[in-house]
Design a protein around this ligand. Sequence first.
Ligand SMILES: *Cc1c(COP(=O)(O)O)cnc(C)c1O
Length: 381
Amino acid sequence: MAFEFITQALRTQASDALLRTRAISHGAINFCANDYLGLSTHPEVIAAWQRGANEYGVGSGGSALVSGYSHAHAALEDKLADITGYESSLLFNSGYSANQALIKALLNKNDLLIQDKLNHASLIEAGMYSPATMKRFKHNDCVHLAQLLEQYRATHTNSLVVTEGVFSMDGDMADLQGVSQQCKAHDSWLLVDDAHGFGVLPQGQNSLNQHGSLARDVDLYMATFGKAVGVSGAFVAASKEVIDYLVNFSKPYIYSTAMPSAMALCIDKALTIMMAETWRVTHLNQLISYFKQQCFLRNIPLMPSDTAIQPLLIGDACKAVYISQLLANHGLLVKAIRPPTVPVGTSRLRITLSANHSVADIDLLLTHLKGALDSTKRDTL
Ligand SMILES: *Cc1c(COP(=O)(O)O)cnc(C)c1O
């Protein structure tokens, strides 16, 4: 029988408590979305999409190089270059394809790719398919990064180091200063995937200017519109030459229908609001502090994170799913994150906070979180 592995793989997944199913989310208070600023439901953002659809239609009608590129795309690219401090930027339909595009277009057989161990699947997978030599350094460990660069850099033509700005499953921040120093010392370029940093960090709203402007030291910056911006899609910011190179040689860019112009307009509006309504970032960061403090007082052991991603390590996949179900019974949506998204034995509740939450929402979560944790403790006694 052909493709027998399909049945077997699904069976194993289920017996390991790792089966993925898609629950239709409705009505619950969502504590696992990436809509950190609550912009996905902002009336002006919605109106911008509607206006865009009236003006441009709903689809772009083609790839950017044929006929799919409009004023809306060009204006958005300019705005992103301005916001991030780079010469140029380029839109992609998703962060997944932007990451694949960068690694495919930039690295060849004699090149070196060094990634943080906890980088997103889109980066690790691109590296595995790349003809370049890929090495991974221990999470956030610049000493290990330096060792790898010393060991492998000299025997490779070009070298690219990749890290996330804010790590998607742990919520901690990269030591960008340290990483960029190593890159400079070893003639290596640096790519930062800032999917979870863009728009939300308290100082300057992204990982580059969180600790003073780093745009000069980070050669390639990637962020998505599906997280804090509240929409969908992604962009790469870099020098004009790198962007021109991608436009000419990146297949995921060239052979893909451009994002709808209406969506580009809507993203543009979301960015304007993101920068004007600074209370969103302020409120979000107040909620983060409050949640962390209250968890501490209640002996709820969160992982060390100062960002909107506040994971609670459970360990066992089955137990994580069980706690998630207990919370769902109280109208609280907190999904269990299990391997291979996170390493084996580190299943967790990835709790995310949003500017749309109120202190009362957080209090409700705290109460039922504590209750669920205590009840599972009793069950195992
Ligand atoms: C979400 C995410 C991506 C993928 O972006 P999409 O636009 O959702 O495809 C890439 N990198 C990181 C770190 C992410 O969290």
